[in-house]
Design a protein around this ligand. Structure first.
Ligand code: 0GY
Length: 299
């Protein structure tokens, strides 16, 4: 595959996904995906923990159209560090059909936030996954979240379920709307009614303004494709209890997947198993992401 960077250390995304059986509703938003590089134009961060395959914006637009989505939310991943140029380049070339979530340092200037906002960024991602980033002191997150909220931004948090207990207080009190990636990465071999997922559901109930991406069955599942059956009870639980606060995304190009590369068509076919009515599907794929990322287009 030509998309491989010279030193890529993870699998390249599948070039030709299956055509999904599930037709997403009109105006659907893929609310979690990435662009990488191309590395010769937008170099990868020196401090990165993995090197991706190049995944340029043109490939993302082609996937969007093939799967039937109208828009994308592009999330900055750790391999680009705080350098949001590839993200902004994609947003500025999306004809208004993409918005972004950036990664910014604690001392980011107001001017830099404004420039990112102008490009289409509406949030910042705080990554707590220990294999991806080095930890920062807790107080930095509070001050930064407060500043970002002042610009109308939200904060996306990415963490693994085993680490939620130590971060629970921080997340519950962050002074900004919060979006959790991939349901806080539950261990789906455990009981969805058990203590671990119960802690996550408690956070969803406790934080006044918290949203959840019911995404990434391919990272969570032990039973695997085509159905990712073991993830369904977890995702369905969240969709049914919090129908106004769930989002979904492909996670294309599936960074850092070392065992298998998912078929994005099968991932789309996962949606009706977790959002089982047309009304839930419309909230998950259209109403909720539009409210968060394109509020000016909502009534
Ligand atoms: C994801 C997942 C991963 C990577 C990143 O920022 C990142 O590097 O998010 C992962 O390795 O689990 O959401 O794209």
């Amino acid at each position: 595959m030509t998309e491989f960077a010279m030193d890529a250390d993870w699998l390249c995304f599948a070039g030709t996904p299956a055509r999904p059986r599930f037709r997403v509703p009109a105006h659907a938003v893929d609310a979690h995906c990435h662009v990488f590089g191309p590395g010769d134009r937008f170099p990868y961060a020196a401090e990165r923990k993995y090197t991706p395959c190049d995944a340029p914006k043109e490939k993302l637009w082609a996937l969007r159209d093939f799967l039937g989505f109208e828009r994308n939310v592009i999330v900055q991943a750790t391999c680009h560090g705080h350098d949001n140029r590839a993200l902004c380049d994609a947003l500025e070339n999306s004809e208004g059909r993409a918005r972004g979530v950036a990664s910014v340092p604690p001392d980011v200037s107001d001017e830099d936030i404004e420039a990112l906002d102008h490009a289409g960024v509406r949030g910042a991602r705080f990554n707590f996954v220990k294999r991806l980033v080095d930890a920062r002191p807790g107080h930095e997150y509070h001050g930064l979240a407060r500043r970002l909220a002042g610009f109308g931004w939200h904060v996306v948090v990415y963490f693994e379920a085993a680490d939620l207990a130590e971060r629970y207080e921080l997340f519950a009190t962050l002074p900004a709307p919060l979006v959790v990636d991939h349901m806080g990465r539950p261990d789906v071999s455990k009981n969805p009614d058990g203590a671990e997922f119960g802690r996550f559901l408690a956070l969803m109930r406790e934080h006044g303004d918290i949203w959840c991406k019911v995404s990434c069955p391919e990272r969570l599942s032990r039973t695997g494709p085509p159905d990712y059956a073991d993830v369904i009870p977890f995702a369905r639980r969240v969709v049914e209890e919090f129908p106004e606060r769930v989002l979904w995304g492909t996670d294309w190009p599936h960074p850092n997947m070392k065992s298998h590369m998912p078929d994005d068509g099968l991932l789309v076919d996962f949606i009706p198993n977790i959002a089982t009515t047309e009304e839930l599907q419309r909230k998950l794929l259209v109403d909720n992401p539009m409210r968060l990322y394109w509020p000016e287009e909502m009534d």
